[in-house]
Design a protein around this ligand. Structure first.
Ligand SMILES: C[S@@+](CC[C@H](N)C(=O)[O-])C[C@H]1O[C@@H](n2cnc3c(N)ncnc32)[C@H](O)[C@@H]1O
Length: 334
């Protein structure tokens, strides 16, 4: 089999495996805290979430009054044979709507679920009908359907806060949204997301795995991020820049196939460079759209990967500083 096809199959297998990574409550708390003001009087939809087990649903029930929510809708895809909580043979998906009247506490212990006619696929007309009622979607969707999931949220003009794999940034559909500033990275990413509960069938390997005190099998892949279109304060804070290009030109080689300099670490971006700067994709975690503009991803003018003396650094994003500081222009006042 051709190498490219094998790689694609391996990638697909990885994605399908991570379709069954279940989010920890602590990671949801750590992220949602930055967006609290967005939830007042809003309908939240967790559209890949079994109300009986999802920590997203648990979080929003526990914080219903604190966030001032109007309603939570949670929908569960039909049971799969490799599903973590597979206890039923039902082929029908189901959903649950929660509005937090005092008496509803009983319904949490014994949820009054409603069955879909179909399997509850987030792309189904039934699930989309619920999506239309919602203001904000918050979930960890199946990674193998991530592009479609985001595409649907954009199509229906929904606010969202979702978990994905860091690789998702490199998908052209997702990068386009980031470039046009309609989607951005959330606060936590990589090691900032502590782990996921995985099914018993999932093979635990390496050191990044553990079993918690409830017996949950936890894996910490360190390659996930939050993607959102909800504003938060830190996104508008400047990345502190301390380095200069002038006087250090040899530290910033130019690309063979694009008029711009290469920078390997975000903290080394020079404050005084006015042209295009190639930075690693992790830059997006610190990206402030008031400070920088994103020009393009990865390719030079020849449509090949950016290269320096014939060698390609790992994926680069080309950016431009919107307000470079030229030291020669600074007037020192006593
Ligand atoms: C990564 S898991 C996360 C589950 C839950 N949202 C959480 O964070 O704990 C993705 C979930 O989406 C479900 N799923 C898979 N395909 C789906 C689809 N087409 N529509 C809706 N849900 C789907 C899977 O069964 C799985 O429960």
């Amino acid at each position: 089999m051709a190498r490219k096809t094998t790689n694609k199959l391996l990638q697909k297998a990885k994605e399908t495996k991570s379709d069954e990574f279940y989010t920890l409550l602590s990671d949801i708390e750590n992220e949602v805290q930055y967006y609290k003001s967005h939830f007042k009087d809003k309908v939240v939809y967790c559209n890949c979430d079994d109300p009986r087990t999802s920590n997203f649903f648990k979080y929003f029930v526990a914080n219903f009054r604190g966030l001032g929510l109007k309603k939570i809708i949670t929908a569960c895809y039909r049971k799969q044979t490799n599903d973590l909580f597979n206890t039923e043979k039902s082929e029908k998906g189901f959903f649950f709507e929660y509005t937090c009247a005092e008496q509803e506490q009983n319904r949490i212990a014994n949820p009054d679920i409603k069955h879909f006619k179909g399997n509850g696929d987030f792309r189904s007309a039934e699930s989309i009908a619920l999506l239309k009622q919602a203001d904000i979607v918050v979930t960890n969707p199946p990674f193998s359907l991530f592009r479609e999931f985001v595409g649907q949220l954009v199509k229906y003009n929904k606010k969202f806060l979702i978990i994905g794999n860091i690789n998702a940034i490199t998908y052209k559909e997702i990068f386009k949204l980031i470039k046009e500033n309609s989607v951005w990275l959330g606060v936590n990413m990589g090691r900032g997301i502590s782990g996921f509960i995985v099914p018993n069938s999932y093979e635990l390997y390496g050191t990044e795995t553990r079993i918690d005190n409830l017996g949950n099998r936890i894996i910490s892949p360190n390659n996930c991020l939050w993607l959102t279109n909800l504003e938060f304060h830190r996104r508008h804070q400047d990345i502190p820049l301390t380095k200069t290009y002038i006087g250090n030109e040899t530290s910033y080689p130019k690309y063979d196939n694009y008029e711009g300099i290469n920078v390997n670490r975000t903290q080394d971006i020079p404050m005084d460079y006015t042209g295009a700067i190639g930075v690693p994709i992790t830059f997006l975690h610190k990206f402030n759209p008031d400070q920088f503009e994103i020009i393009k991803f990865r390719k030079g003018i020849d449509h090949k990967d950016l290269s320096i003396n014939g060698k390609c650094p790992y994926f680069r994003i080309l950016i431009r500083n919107k307000r470079p500081i030229l030291l020669s222009n600074l007037k020192l006042v006593n």
